[in-house]
Design a protein around this ligand. Structure first.
Ligand SMILES: *Cc1c(COP(=O)(O)O)cnc(C)c1O
Length: 389
């Protein structure tokens, strides 16, 4: 009999930790429950109209119908460079220090292939975006999890990484503003990180898709703002969360030219670049009217405050996020991440994400996303008040 046998790298994938919640959600929906889904890390707000208009126009242009360049159109890379200068006061050479990506997830998944040999370690945050560790394993590397704990403001404690682990590490992933904890990093942390990277010769990959989703006057910073950053690393960025373009698949890598060259070599052999009409729309996003971004921040702020106030009324103690569209909420005594998620779903029809699904150190928390309307959030809070925690 013909046998289809999957490769070990697939067989060894960790079990899908959200499977139980997905199943329970489907059961509630089947029962006719009007489910409020706070588990989705995908903006519900549409892409701004100026970006859509640009796409409509440029999709007609037949020069955009051919293969794009591997590294991205120079005009797009210039727009990225100008945006970094305006937003972070960071200079990027558009030719060597900017690379277009088919969404930042694509670059994150591929970068270990460029730098990790079997047996190498990659330092990865826990809780964290699962692609860091899975991309590492696909490349034959071993993830070493750095816990993000409240006592350390959800920053990894670099001093706790054992010496022999640090010596064998090739890459280190961090992500601020953070998904799922909503923590932000400051200059001091990035400075320490650069010192650590230099001491052990570790390439820093900073994943930064949420820098524009902020609530305070002190905006989140770029890793590349800090002296020495470009020497040791790079940053992943994306138009997905800033311009509500998750479905368009457009992101970019910026920073150290040699690191980008390695990633580019992998990509050249796997994909053939990013549809030029989407890059044109990306230029419009970065250089056109920015008022939709301000409006987006106001919308998330209203939702955040409605949810925070409601959660506090029922006796929960959420961290008030300075950035990102997530709330990281400690579960009440007597619950685990999954039992509390199950309680919210089965008693109040509210879907949340168990923190443990993002890694062991996420146990004891749930993540709530602000990707539903304020009205639905208020409805959810009313239900919670009735059933209690
Ligand atoms: C949403 C998200 C991404 C992926 O963004 P794309 O550019 O859409 O691939 C990367 N990292 C984190 C932490 C995210 O939450």
């Amino acid at each position: 009999m013909f046998k289809i046998e999957k490769a070990d790298r697939i067989k060894e994938l960790p079990p899908y930790l959200f499977a139980t919640i997905d199943k329970m959600k489907a059961e509630q929906i089947a029962k006719g429950v009007d489910v409020i889904d706070l588990s989705i890390g995908d903006p519900d707000i549409p892409t701004p109209p100026n970006i859509i208009a640009k796409m409509k126009k440029t999709v007609e242009d037949k020069k955009n119908h051919r293969y794009p360049s591997y590294e991205g159109m120079l005009e797009f890379r210039r727009a990225v460079s100008n945006w970094y200068k305006r937003r972070f006061n960071v200079y990027l050479d558009p030719v060597t220090e900017v690379l277009s990506l088919i969404g930042s997830k694509e670059g994150i998944a591929h970068i270990p292939l460029a730098f990790v040999n079997p047996g190498d370690i990659v330092l990865v945050p826990s809780p964290g975006y699962p692609v860091y560790s899975i991309g590492t394993k696909f490349a034959g590397g071993t993830p070493y999890f750095m816990p993000l704990l409240r006592d350390n403001n959800f920053l990894p404690d670099l001093e706790k990484v054992p010496e022999d682990v640090a010596r064998r590490s090739k890459l280190l992933f961090v992500n601020y503003p953070n998904n799922p904890t909503a923590a932000v990093a400051d200059t001091d942390f990035f400075r320490d990180l650069i010192g650590f990277a230099k001491k052990y010769n570790i390439i820093i990959c900073h994943d930064a898709p949420y820098t524009e989703v902020y609530y305070n006057a002190d905006k989140p910073i770029s890793f590349l703002e800090v002296d020495g950053a470009k020497e040791v690393g790079m940053e992943f960025h994306s138009l997905s969360k800033t311009y509500n373009m998750t479905g368009w698949r457009i992101g970019f890598a910026v920073g150290n030219a040699n690191v980008l060259e390695g990633l580019g070599q992998i990509k050249t052999n796997i994909d053939s670049g990013l549809f030029q009409a989407i890059q044109e729309a990306g230029i419009e996003a970065l250089e056109g009217d920015q008022s939709p971004v301000e409006e987006m921040r106001r919308t998330y702020l209203e939702r955040r405050d409605a949810l925070i106030n409601g959660l506090m009324e029922v006796g929960l103690k959420p961290e008030v996020p300075k950035a990102s569209f997530y709330l990281w909420v400690p579960v009440p005594d007597g619950h685990t991440s999954t039992t509390f998620c199950a309680h919210l779903l089965n008693k109040a029809g509210i879907v949340t994400t168990p923190g443990s699904g993002f890694g062991e150190a996420g146990e004891g928390y749930i993540r709530m996303a602000l990707t539903v309307s304020k009205d639905r959030i208020i409805e959810g809070v009313e239900r919670l008040k009735k059933v209690g925690i």
